[in-house]
Design a protein. Structure first.
Length: 181
């Protein structure tokens, strides 16, 4: 069995695209996924699957979710090892002790456009710093994510791929959940 950490893009935000976590667990359990566990209401989950093919698993989950909830829900899946390595390579790690709540990770669904870094350098994002990593973008938001000009929607447009943003605490918690599964 393979363990996966999953992220659903754009659900339960401001009352739009509602998905109840119990219903989500039931849909995924119906696909034969095991140990499906959710974390908070924003589409974070951990589960085990007999397949090691994350691309086909992602497609299968997306089809099932659209059938169950009536709208398309992008799904981003990672194995715990690569996600743990991505977090360990955080270029802003020296700031985490004092201000860890300002650290965000933008995770790609697929590889970003080759011109992403150039496009990011052209922008002006006061209070924000970024660096492209192996699975996504490390995003330091000195004034908090709520005031960020460089947000998930802008990054998706620049990267040419779907992405989802999570804070440091959430990713650490999901890795803990994956280890316990």
């Amino acid at each position: 069995m393979q363990t996966y950490i999953g992220f659903l893009r754009g659900i339960n935000v401001g009352g739009h695209r509602p998905v109840k976590m119990e219903a989500l667990r039931q849909v995924l359990g119906g696909l034969g996924l095991q140990g499906v566990t959710t974390y908070v209401q924003s589409g974070n989950l951990v589960f085990r699957s007999g397949t090691g093919d994350s691309a086909s698993l992602t497609a299968e989950v997306e089809v099932a979710l659209e059938a169950a909830f009536g709208f398309s829900i992008p799904v981003i899946l990672y194995r715990p090892g690569p996600l743990r390595e991505f977090l360990a390579a955080n270029p802003f790690a020296d700031r985490m002790q004092q201000q860890g709540n300002k650290m965000y990770y933008v995770l790609w669904k697929s590889d970003p456009d080759a011109s992403l870094e150039e496009r990011l350098r052209e922008g002006d994002y006061p209070g924000q710093e970024w660096q492209v990593g192996s699975l996504g973008l490390y995003l330091w938001c000195g004034q908090g994510y709520g005031k960020a000009r460089l947000d998930n929607n802008r990054i998706e447009r620049m990267a040419g791929t779907q992405a989802t943003t999570r804070n440091h605490k959430t990713l650490c918690r999901l890795l803990e959940m994956a280890e316990a599964l």
